[in-house]
Design a protein around this ligand. Structure first.
Ligand code: PEP
Ligand code: MN
Length: 278
């Protein structure tokens, strides 16, 4: 088939009219069911991740997030526990019936993470790391691809194309806020990316209200807006003690606030004919 768009083809609606559905455990991402991903920015300790996995599972999350390798803006900031955190992360999720997602920062880590983790995340700062994308394209594993901080939607879909070209069709896109002139929040959540991506592509798209805002007070309204706009899920940072978090505490919810968020998300989902399975 002739390419219908100069930058991406396999990712386009023209190539595939029906939604890509990614079935993972009890979830079918890309259907009317919404996926809720929650957890700390970074895995910090066995106790932190165990407490949190239980809390977000009880609140109704489906997937536990937790960074092992953190792409920090400053090299002096906490860089993550690395592979040392993998066992405690996977165990905490398993004990609470949660799936797992973690960021892969270095192609050398793909093999070890592939064996243990359900979804591999490509962070904003790596959206155009083409060698990494190409290698992830060869895997049979869902990839959560985050939009670059200053990337257009066409650039995001072109990055997804690198993964699809390798044969891996399981790509979940993630809007996480972009750089604009507006600087009251750390980034500007681009809610409009959701309908635009759904028009241009068959791939599911979720929204990360935490990195979008950089401010925990904005996480609830942005999450409601994302679901109302048709997002296929949300990814939220939650920490047992946000003020003591080693990274991104200012944007992290505590478990009680996350529980309230889930209640609101249910209401918005019901209003538009979607649902959050428990
Ligand atoms: C993250 O989700 O852990 C993260 C680092 O986000 P981003 O790549 O969007 O900054
Ligand atoms: Mn973070």
């Amino acid at each position: 088939m002739k390419p219908t768009h100069h930058a991406f083809h396999l990712a386009s609606r023209a190539h595939q009219a029906e939604n890509t559905v990614i079935s993972l455990g009890p979830m079918n991402i890309g259907t009317k069911d919404l996926t809720v991903i929650a957890g700390p920015c970074a895995v910090e300790s066995e106790e932190q991740i165990r407490v949190l996995a239980r809390a977000v599972s009880r609140a109704g999350a489906h997937v536990l997030r937790g960074g092992l390798f953190k792409p920090r803006t400053s090299p002096y900031s906490f860089q993550g526990l690395g592979m040392e955190g993998l066992d405690m992360f996977v165990q905490a999720a398993r004990d609470n019936n949660l799936l797992t997602v973690t960021e892969v920062l270095d192609p050398e880590h793909i093999e070890a993470l592939y064996e243990r983790v359900d979804i591999l995340q490509v962070g904003s700062r790596n959206m155009q790391n083409f060698p990494l994308l190409k290698q992830l394209g060869t895997l049979d594993k869902p990839i959560l691809l985050k939009r670059g901080l200053s990337a257009t939607i066409e650039e995001l879909l072109s990055a997804a194309e690198y993964i699809l070209l390798g044969g891996n069709t399981k790509v979940i896109l993630c809007e996480r806020g972009i750089r604009t002139f507006q600087n009251d929040l750390r980034f500007t959540p681009d809610i409009s990316a959701i309908p635009v991506i759904h028009r241009l592509s068959h791939l599911p798209v979720i929204l990360d209200p935490s990195h979008s805002a950089g401010d925990r007070d904005a996480v609830l309204p942005i999450s409601r807006a994302a679901v109302a706009a048709g997002a296929d899920g949300i990814m939220v940072e939650v920490h047992p003690h946000p003020d003591q978090a080693l990274s991104d505490g200012e944007q992290s919810l505590d478990p009680a606030a996350f529980t309230r968020l889930i209640t609101d998300i249910h209401a918005v989902a019901n209003a538009i004919g979607r649902r959050v399975t428990s």
